[in-house]
Ligand binder design. Structure first.
Ligand SMILES: NC(=O)c1ccc[n+]([C@@H]2O[C@H](COP(=O)([O-])OP(=O)(O)OC[C@H]3O[C@@H](n4cnc5c(N)ncnc54)[C@H](O)[C@@H]3O)[C@@H](O)[C@H]2O)c1
Length: 413
């Protein structure tokens, strides 16, 4: 339902009513962005989260007055005036979350990856391709001004014909995945889905949305996991003073964060050495794309915070683009093949304290545009399916130790 409310100035502000499924870290961050990037144009009116106590506290803390439900199905039965949904439940609940609200046929901001469980992913992909309303997938990096600028430079021909790509992700905060539900393959399958799909999506974008066709991957767990109980919380551990990865040491002593804030971070406070942590923390793959471009991707989840984060190198026959995404600011450097030793062009970007290289600002604006019927999704279901199919083929290759085909099947025809 849309309401038009004349403000004091006489200018109409159009509030869109949004319901959220899964009100954890990501949802809270996006709700902050709704306010910071859209003024009051999005109003959160309902939240479905099985942890209703925590949801009530978070909603109150954020100053919103949403109705709280324990399940998305219950919310769907009682709510009748929703203009759009945010699905931000854990990866392995995405199919169930979508099915609960699909009959509304309203725009959805759908968090990535599409699904954490392989069998659910294929079902969801089919259902989403048939869904009549627009779906914006949370591949927020596509929206980042720095990456849009790099895409533009490639399309303008600065580096000529793109031949190969080398994408590296050094994730210094990778320990968070081993403190929560992410650490078990039953929930995310692999970080090739949960995390690398962001980078695969950008590889596809820089390659004119020509998707991956074959992949050969390795994946190992070198650092995290072990023999500690699955229900051990860091703050209750007798070894937290000695343990180098404890919240106390890693966040408070080394990084200077407030320990109480860190310990309260929803679902990010268990022991990284738990038995159930069976996902890898160091992964890499070689990729060939449908237009003959080749690529390499590496992701590591225990790198020093002083080291570089994501660095993307794109090689063309007339030059190279290097995108250094940095944590707070980033830069694109263009090196011309026929330039002198010192020739380069540099673009610098400040993310202004916004998440995902300032991508989230534009992601939530695109979501509002969908609900207003003025825009279409920048991050499409088809592109999200392509990245997830690449992630799944990489997992298959790790198991088979062979080159695997990324099977587009009936999804990408
Ligand atoms: N686009 C991005 O860059 C980005 C960043 C972070 C997380 N995410 C995605 O957002 C989603 C949520 O991640 P998070 O970090 O907020 O996790 P989280 O653990 O912080 O929050 C998940 C919330 O969902 C609730 N929940 C559990 N089961 C549910 C169910 N069946 N239905 C509804 N709610 C349920 C939990 O109680 C919790 O409050 C994940 O899919 C994750 O991959 C995307």
């Amino acid at each position: 339902m849309s309401t038009t409310q004349p403000g004091k100035t006489g200018i109409n502000t159009e509030d869109k009513q949004v319901a959220i499924i899964g009100f954890g870290n990501r949802a809270q961050s996006l709700v902050r962005d709704f306010r910071a990037s859209l003024g009051k144009k999005i109003k959160v009116v309902a939240v479905a989260d099985p942890d209703t106590t925590a949801a009530k506290e978070r909603v109150a803390k954020m100053g919103i007055s949403a109705r709280i439900y324990p399940t998305a199905r219950e919310m769907a039965e009682k709510e009748h005036s929703i203009d759009g949904f945010l699905i931000s439940s854990p990866d392995h609940c995405h199919l169930e979350s979508f099915q609960a609200i699909a009959r509304f046929n309203k725009p959805i901001l759908f968090e990535k990856p599409l699904e954490g469980k392989e069998e659910n992913f294929y079902k969801l992909a089919q259902e989403l391709l048939r869904y009549p309303a627009p779906v914006l997938v949370g591949h927020c990096m596509r929206h980042a001004p720095i990456l849009q600028k790099a895409r533009e430079l490639i399309e303008q021909g600065w580096i000529g014909k793109v031949n190969s790509m080398r994408f590296v992700q050094n994730c210094h905060y990778g320990d968070v995945f081993f403190r929560s539900w992410h650490r078990n393959s039953a929930t995310i399958t692999s970080l090739f889905l949960e995390k690398a799909t962001h980078d695969f999506d950008i590889m596809h974008m820089m390659n004119g949305d020509n998707y991956a066709e074959t992949v050969f991957a390795f994946s190992k767990r070198y650092k995290f996991g072990g023999d500690k109980p699955n229900d051990l919380f860091c703050a209750e551990c007798p070894e937290q003073v000695e343990c180098p990865e404890s919240l106390l040491n890693l966040y408070t002593t080394i990084r200077g964060e407030d320990l109480l804030n860190v310990e309260e971070r929803v679902g990010r406070n268990k022991c990284v050495w738990a038995k159930e942590a069976d996902i890898s923390d160091d992964e890499m793959c070689l990729i060939e794309f449908s237009n003959g471009v080749q690529g390499v991707y590496v992701q590591t989840f225990y790198t020093p915070s002083s080291y570089r984060g994501r660095v993307y190198t794109i090689v063309g026959d007339k030059g190279i683009l290097e995108i250094d995404l940095g944590e707070y600011r980033g830069k694109i450097e263009f090196f011309p093949r026929y330039g002198t030793r010192n020739d380069r062009m540099v673009y610098k970007f400040d993310y202004l304290g916004k998440n995902h290289y300032n991508g989230d600002t534009h992601l939530v604006r695109n979501f509002l545009g969908l609900m207003q019927g003025k825009e279409s999704p920048l991050t499409t279901i088809k592109a999200a399916i392509a990245s997830e199919l690449l992630g799944l083929a990489a997992v298959k290759s790790v198991r088979s130790r062979k080159i695997e085909k990324v099977d587009p099947g009936k999804y990408l025809e």
